[in-house]
Design a protein around this ligand. Structure first.
Ligand SMILES: NC(=O)c1ccc[n+]([C@@H]2O[C@H](COP(=O)([O-])OP(=O)(O)OC[C@H]3O[C@@H](n4cnc5c(N)ncnc54)[C@H](O)[C@@H]3O)[C@@H](O)[C@H]2O)c1
Ligand SMILES: N[C@@H](CCO)C(=O)O
Ligand code: NA
Length: 428
């Protein structure tokens, strides 16, 4: 083993800048823990002249990011982002050259993780991605190593800091979604395309990685049912609070009778559940193991310091020679599992309708529920808006989700509805 672990770094933005700061500030400690110093030898980003507040003059600069894979380094750290394009080109070239790859890029892993894992195995090198899921929280290590003895029944959690920040602000300040979004973007943890955050795609990228580790299955991003928080109103959050719940965007993966079920959706979380108390950009992941019981991982899911902390932890593992297959078992041993039929799902639902304020509307909604076999637990109707609409919020008893779908189909096109109904699941 060489005396030094040589690192080349692609991408010098929020996370890349953070990695240089962590390696500088904790240099001695990291060298002692890793058994040898970890040295950045070369860097690459789009703009060489940009002031990043760190001294880059000590590193070789590489203009063409893909060729960073060819420099004399042991590990390439990819912090550019994007599922394809320069990040993927660099990742493939790095592994083909037999060098280790550390990445925070959940979009790339969700789409190409299996191929990259195979390439790493063929080359006998490391592919590590602790920073890609829940930033600084060691949840990849937790599932891959700490919980490795368990069959996992379900893994779920708050996987997107931007959405959780928005939902907590809506909750504490009673403001609507659009007002809070700009504030979240200004904080630097939103994705380059913030629709990835608010439409649930980023959380789905992360969920597909967690599910693979938890269930020993090939990552299956296309099988994740995805919806986001764009259509939530401050009134939904207030209704949820009145009913004893908080609203959180939850990614959940669960082994079902017909296959693996994966969904990202706004949920009502009972206010005594640990996830109800996770506020701001914090992330939290729960894993239910058959021997260890319920594990809760919680902490900073985004931001320069926490995310860089996870990147450097991966580098320390590689410096120690401690790495195995990327997904905890060889890529060819990962099962290809069918997506569970969502029609099998049972649960309780929160349904919100914007309706015209006139006679018979409530009866029409109640009839659609009755005819579809949905049992209503509670129903609240609240005040008229300027446009003469009122909000009707319904909580159902537990039952098949398919029945709720049928009820909503019956109401589609109804003159009584003044907007699209909103459906949130209630976390069990
Ligand atoms: N910011 C976070 O909190 C966070 C948390 C977890 C994971 N991530 C992931 O980490 C990665 C980096 O995120 P970030 O927030 O640091 O992004 P960023 O936009 O702050 O930085 C991106 C860097 O990549 C460089 N870059 C962009 N396109 C390039 C190209 N074509 N060629 C060469 N360099 C290019 C930019 O110059 C910049 O230095 C992404 O995959 C992101 O999803 C970010
Ligand atoms: N955009 C992501 C960054 C961390 O992956 C978030 O808001 O959680
Ligand atoms: Na992590």
């Amino acid at each position: 083993m060489a005396d030094v672990l040589r690192v080349a770094l692609a991408g010098l933005g929020t996370v890349g800048g953070g990695v240089i700061r962590v390696l500088d500030e904790n240099r001695e400690l990291i060298a002692r823990r890793a058994g040898r110093p970890i040295e950045v030898v070369a860097v690459s980003a789009r703009d060489r002249l940009k002031n990043r507040g760190v001294d880059l003059s000590r590193f070789a600069w590489v203009d063409d990011t893909a060729t960073l894979a060819d420099v004399e380094a042991d590990v390439i750290v990819e912090l550019i982002g994007g599922s394809d394009g320069p990040a993927l080109a660099l990742a493939r070239r790095t592994l083909a050259a037999g060098k280790g790859l550390v990445t925070a890029n959940k979009a790339m892993l969700a789409h190409h993780g299996l191929d990259l894992a195979r390439a790493a195995e063929e080359a006998g090198t490391a592919l590590k991605f602790e920073a890609a899921v829940a930033g600084g929280i060691p949840v990849i290590k937790g599932l891959r190593e700490g919980a490795a003895a368990n069959a996992i029944g379900r893994v779920y959690g708050i996987l997107n800091g931007t959405c959780n920040f928005i939902l907590s602000k809506m909750e504490s300040e009673g403001r609507d979604f659009a007002e809070v979004l700009a504030e979240a973007q200004a904080l630097g943890f939103a994705e380059a395309d913030p629709s990835f955050d608010i439409d649930g795609v980023d959380a789905a990228h992360k969920l597909s990685i967690l599910a693979s580790l938890a269930f020993g299955t090939a990552p299956a991003f296309d099988a994740v049912e995805i919806s986001g928080i764009r259509h939530l109103l401050a009134a939904d959050i207030a209704e949820a609070a009145a009913l004893g719940y908080r609203v959180r965007l939850i990614g959940v993966a669960e082994a079902g009778a017909s296959g693996l079920f994966q969904r990202v959706h706004a949920h009502l979380v009972p206010s005594d559940h640990p996830l109800a108390h996770v506020t701001g950009a914090t992330n939290a992941v729960v894993a239910e193991g058959n021997f260890v019981g319920r594990l809760l991982f919680q902490g900073a899911g985004a931001g320069a310091g926490p995310t860089a902390s996870a990147v450097v932890a991966d580098l320390i593992d590689i410096a120690r020679g401690e790495f195995g297959p990327a997904y905890a078992m060889p890529a060819d041993a990962l099962a290809t599992t069918a997506a569970a039929d969502s029609g099998e799902r049972r649960g309780r639902a929160y349904l919100r309708f914007s309706v015209a304020d006139r006679v018979g509307v409530l009866a029409e909604i109640a009839a659609a529920m009755r005819d579809a076999g949905v049992s209503i637990e509670s129903l609240i109707q609240r005040g008229a808006s300027a446009e003469g609409s009122v909000l009707v919020a319904i909580v159902t008893h537990e039952g098949p989700e398919r029945c709720v779908e049928h009820a909503l189909e019956r109401l589609r096109g109804s003159q009584s509805l003044t907007g699209e109904p909103l459906w949130m699941h209630i976390l069990a």
